[in-house]
Structures are given as C-alpha cells and as structure tokens.
Design a protein around this ligand. Sequence first.
Ligand code: PBG
Length: 332
Amino acid sequence: MSFPESRPRRLRRTPLLRKALAETRLRPEDLVLPLFVADGIEAPRPIDSLPGHFHHTDQSVLEECAEAVSLGIPMVLLFGLPADKDVQGSGAWDSNGAVQRASRNIKERFGDDLLVVTDLCLCEYTTHGHCGLLKGEAVDNDGTLEAYAQVAISQAAAGADIVAPSGMMDGQVAAIRTALDDTGHDETAILAYSAKMASAFYGPFRDAAGSTPAFGDRRGYQMPGANSREALRETWLDIDEGADMVMVKPAGPYLDVISRVADEVPVPVAAYQVSGEFGMLHAAIEKGWLERDPAILESLVSIRRAGADLVISYLAKEAVHIITGTSAKPPQ
Ligand code: PBG
C-alpha cells in the first residue's frame, strides 16, 4: 500500500496518540544521577563548570539523595574529592574518605530505596591527575590493578551496591571481581566503563574534580573515539572478566557504539551523557539557541533509542521534572 491509502501522519494527529505509540520511553528509573562528595568543606560548594551541581558535604549529599528518591531516580553515581592528593591516590581507598562515608550514610538512610554506584578510579586522588600509578611518566597497568582492588574493597565495605571502574586499565574488571569475592563481597556488582573514549567532552568534569593530567594525556589508556570494533572488543573482555553491566562513554557522540554494543551483549548497557555534553546543552539553552525541555528530552531519548538501558546524566533530575510535567526549575 502506498499514498494515498498509506498515511503515516494518521498516527501523529494528537499528543496522546503520539505518546501512546512512542517506541522509546524515558522513565525516571532509566536515569542515574552523578554526585560529587568532598572532604574539607563546610558547606556545599557550587561547581562552576557544572552549573546546578555541587561539591557536597556529608549532609547535603543526603539531601540530594532524598530528592532523587522522591523523583523515582534509582541510582546515584558517587565521585570523591579528597582534602589532600598524593602520588598514589591513596585517598581513593581511605575507609573514611568522602565516597566511603557517603556510601555508608546513604545506605543507612535509604536502604534498598536507592542504589549507590561508586566511580572507581584514582584520577581524582592523584597529584598528577592520571588514572593509575606511575612508572616514570607512564601509567603502570599491572601495579594499578592492586590499587584498584583496594579501592573496590573499601567501597564495597562501605556499602556500595555497584562499583564502576573507569580507569581503562587492562584486566581491571577481573582484578576487582577477584578482590571483591575474596573479601566476601560477592554480591557487589560491577558496572564497567568498558568503551570509555579518550574524549574532549570530559573537560568540565576535570575542572570539577581537579583531575586534569599534570602532564601528557589519557590517550595511552582510554580508547580512540574512531574505533567501534575496538569498543566491542573492550566490552567483551570486560564481560568475560566478570562485568555485570557495561558502559559506553560519552553517549551522544557515540550513539552508534551504544547501538552496536546493545545489539551484541547479553548484559545491561549504560551510557554516560558526560559533562561536556551537559555543558553544550546548558550553554546553548542559556543563550536561547535551544529550547530547554525538548532539547534535554531529545538528547536523553536518543541515548535510550540507541539501546542504553541506563542513562547517567547531570540532567537526571531536570529530565524527571520534564517527563512528569512538573518542570518548574529554570536552568541555573
Ligand atoms: C574518572 C572519570 C572521568 C569521568 C568519569 N570518571 C574523567 C576522565 O576520565 O577524565 C568523566 C565524566 C564526565 O565528563 O562527566 N576516570
């Protein structure tokens, strides 16, 4: 059948019809809210490069979590900023570090009503800003795995439901799985940042975390953005090493990679709408060049349509307000 019998526009007549027939849906439970917790601050400190986001205190992170729970967001992803950094990044496995304290407090207060995901990396904790231990000016892959194992154990012991290794060391998922199992944390899941690209879109995050490499860059360990076959290889390696879930990051510029990964793998797929994607949207909205709510929604629905089960986004709360029609807050 073709025109004039066939008329696709019949199904686009009213908002309700369009809503009922949406192939891809974005629900609060698809979203993960990233949060920064810091040591050595008295009050929440606004992050200049991520408007509307803060370095949180022990108290203010709980308030953010309460808001997430009330919005139906099931997971928060925690990043930590230590008071002091060192060459080893030892703050990352401090049992009393900001991430560990927040994990304990969140689990105590919200129990099974909120899942705690902890970013597992050293770059926020090292003076040089690299994701691992150094040997000369290079990042020592195998030595770093031992450090990651310590971080994983301390995060799981603090109550993290899911640890999310993001350092792109070879063998990191296996090292973490073994360390967790050997210490009785066999129920702690691993969300592997599997296809994590060496991306220009992490700029605002690095300003927020003070984790810009002091020398060199991350191209020796993060993936080249041009390679989607390699992304599949990284993803399968992580699954073989025991990853329970995998991630593609960034999301928007890599929708084809999300799609390939989601078509192939038998585990849940997350995608991270990173700080630079947030920054582009925010800046264009602020300039009046993009209409806020539809632009935010389109960016997130596209990531879901590509195949992501979970979308990590700095716009998670805004997205829920938009979906549920309670959008009130102007962009900050
Ligand atoms: C840590 C880490 C980074 C991000 C998430 N985990 C920074 C990086 O790799 O430089 C970036 C997140 C974002 O840009 O929003 N390795």
